[in-house]
Design a protein around this ligand. Sequence first.
Ligand SMILES: Cc1ncc(COP(=O)(O)O)c(C=O)c1O
Length: 476
Amino acid sequence: MSYEKVLTQRTCYEGLFDTHFSMVNLDLSVPVQMLKNGTAPFKKLTRCNMGNPCGVGQKEITVVRQLIAACLSPEIRESNLIPEDVKARANVILSGCPGGNSGSYCATEGIEPIRVGVAEYITKQDGYPCDHNSVVLTNGATEAILSILRPIIRSKYDAILIPRPGFPMYNAAISYYGGAEVSYDLDEESNWGFSLAALESALDECRTRGLVPRCIVLTNPSNPTGTVQTYQDIQNIIEFAYKNNMLVIADQVYQHNIYEPETYPFISCRQVMLDLNKQGKCQGLELISINSVSKSCYGECGRRGGYWQHENLDAKVVSQLLDIVSLGATNTDGMIAMDVYCNPPKPGDVSYALWKKEYDAIFNALQSKARMVAKEMNGWEGLSCCVPTGAMYVYPRIHASQKAVEAAKKLGKEADELYCKDLVEQTGIVVLPGAMFGQKAGTYHFRMTILLNQGDMEEALQTWKAFHHAWMTKYQ
Ligand SMILES: Cc1ncc(COP(=O)(O)O)c(C=O)c1O
């Protein structure tokens, strides 16, 4: 008798192999091998590929770790390592954990005092009261997205409208759940803003393909373009969603990464929707807003803290969804990190001065790098770059020649993939090709993070500039 594997590529759920998300497990075997066997013309890999701040040397903000440590261990909590205000907050948080212990399974929707703090943060931000019962704490934004998309997608005919370029996790999740992804193009000419024509054309695509548009995703600020959307753009999306009966997912994980707040402030989708509601418009629109502690100046990607906040969802759907989420339970460290994000030390607290110093240092560095990188790259022949007003990325366009496009084609690649491959193999600098995020046919981009420290960034740009010039000349 022979045993046949139950799980093979041929026999497993087909969605598994339809789903591609190679951002995290990028294949760097060639440059790594070059470094190993001493043939690399560079000394190390310079990682500008992932929005993973702590992974590229950003220092943690002390109070986050202090609060987690204080909730973790009574000895630490009672020691003089922890400032009094942090001890006090830890005690409030622990009062919301069963048994007063952060090691317990906590309520599915999250530890209550933290949800109250999140709701207060949202209330202050939007200028409209937020009930903490509409807040659900999650294992990062990813879990929120996965939980919410699941019940929206009933079959391959249910379409989710997503921005192009956009965060590829949405494409992956939609494929995994067997739904249909329909992209709406962001407009590079208007600094990657929304265009109503692009939204209408996505709707036309739904009609042609016989799809039911169920949901539209708005990412603000945007990954990968670094754009902070205007009030008018957000209003257009909301009105479009309402008119066409779609639920809105507002992915706002970069809401603290706002580099030109005077001209491009962050405006939440919820605020715009509630403004419209006040005028009697778009009432009852289902809106889910998402946030995370992985981004901002905290950058605690490994902590897995996030939340979703919902408006106008059917109560039975929410309760059933929470029942499913409870199968996995949300980790307490992530929730505690989210607590600091929404409820940081205040003037007068012992921990305030250090928090402010650390937070401002990270923010100022990000702001100055966002400005510096775009300015530098815009000076390079054959590259143009919208100045990022938010998030952690620049997304320049490579004006690749026909010769470069053809050379790439011979290798089965797009021109931006060839550019990124040559860049890493010649300089060790790792960035991601625009093909990974979606781009208009015939245009080529790459996404670079602005997370390296200033010195490393300047050094990388010098090496890169020489590479870039040589690459453009080669394919002239
Ligand atoms: C737009 C967007 N949403 C969600 C996430 C996922 O965040 P988290 O680490 O909280 O799961 C990312 C991560 O890069 C992102 O860019």
